[in-house]
Structure formats: C-alpha cells, structure tokens
Design a protein around this ligand. Sequence first.
Ligand SMILES: [Zn+2]
Length: 293
Amino acid sequence: MPELPEVETVRRGLAPVMEGARFVKVVANRGDLRWPLPKDFARRLTGQTVTGLGRRAKYLLADLSSGDVLLMHLGMSGSFRVEGGQGEATHGGHYHERGKDAAHDHVVFRMSSGATIRFNDPRRFGSMKLVPRAKLDREPLLRALGPEPLGNAFSAAMLAKACQGKNTSLKAALSDQKIVAGLGNIYVCEALNRALLSPRRKASTIASRTGAPNERAGRLVEAIKATLKDAIEAGGSSLRDHRRIDGSLGNFQHNFRVYDREGEPCPTPGCNGTIRRIVQTGRSTFYCPVCQK
Ligand SMILES: [Zn+2]
C-alpha cells in the first residue's frame, strides 16, 4: 500500500502534465472504485483547468478553475500512467506489479498538455471524489487527519501531547492517522529503527505525566521527518531515472533499513543485532531488539 512518500512522488510525477492544463476529455470506464464516482464526474471535470496539484496525507488534491477540488487516493493497487506530454511514466503501483491490462484503466484524463493520464487499479480500493474547495474543511475523508509529518505543526511537543497517557504501543500510536497523517506500516518501522526506539514501547513514555516531550519524543520526530525526506528523495531520483528507462516507479524497498529484512543485520552503526519480525495489531513489525529500546 503506498504511503506518504510514494504519494508525494506520484504528485511530483503528475504535476508537470496536470498543473496549468485543462481536462480535454474524461472517460470513466468503471464508476465503482472504492466508492461510486459522482454521476456528473466527467461533466464537472471537462473544460476545467488544474490550478494546482497538492497533497494531504495520502490524498492528491487537484484544485480546479471551477472551484471544485478533485480528491484522488491510490488505495492498495492504484497507479497513474502518463502517456505523451512531458515524458511517459507509471506513477504508483509500488508493491504490486501494475496491471498492464487496460481493463483496469478505470479513469482516463486527456489533458491540454498533450498528456493522457490513465488511472489503473486492479483491486479498486482507490477513489476519486469532487468536493467544492469551500467545503474541504468539512470533508469527512480529510477532517479527522492529524498533522502532516513534514509540516511545522508536527513537533516533539505536539506528538508528546498526543501520546500522553496512551497505553498503546508506539507502533500503534504512529500508525494512527489522527495522531499523524500518512504514515503506514513501512515508514513507522523505519522511523522507529532510526530513532532507536522499540515499537513495543508504550506511547506514553515519550511524554511526561503533564504531556511535555522528553528526549525520546524529539528523537522520534526527527527520525520520522528524516525517514520521509530520504524516501521522497529516493522517489524523486526514481522519477528522473524513469524518464530514461522504462519500468515502474519505486525501488524504495531496496533502501529499507528494517522493513521486510527479518534475519538480516541491523543497519545501526556499531549494533550487531539481527532484525526480528513480530506481529502487532495484525501487522508485521520489523525491528532490532538490541538497539531499539
Ligand atoms: Zn540494532
């Protein structure tokens, strides 16, 4: 499932062919993604110019000249393929081979930039929705989301306050989208290894009883930001490589520190621990029991 860095990479791949361009033709081959597309989906998009392409957590937000915002989510297996315009590429589809089958091209945008953008999603957990910009604050999909981890609002003080008195594990707290938006299983494992904190540690232990951040909270916030920045940078370079060679985006998994590396040596300098896999709230956690305390 794509996490924040993958979605940001997709945004950067789509921006050159979408921003400033008009939807010339919109084809919705299947109206039933995770939720049905709005009935007037094609009509509300056609002729509109994309004034900006942003991101909130794992949602892409295309601002339209009409005042609507097109919300797009990749779900489990969604990807975008760009043909024509400024280079052809497949954006997304990191953990599943992108279905080449055109039967899974559920939505197709022909843009005035000359690009054709195909949204392919074999498992159909992805979604698209049109929301008036003025009502975006009240949009249920976005309203409950915590702060952006790369934004200034996400600080040691904020995270400690959110974890104050929490008996759940740090892993569970960081995976909670209300505490911090856009982190999933992979980058939570990666950030905890970088911060030398155990995923099993109680969330409350990064805060004092009054909710003030301790040294662990500071280390954790720094590790989360650094982990995401590195992953976005790696995505950016895969995007550039992609312009030269064909193949789908996202060799991020080769750079993981602990994720999916059970039995391998811990990457922490000077640590001779071995990565272990445990199951927490039904998901695999990878960590080093030696240096992550
Ligand atoms: Zn270690």
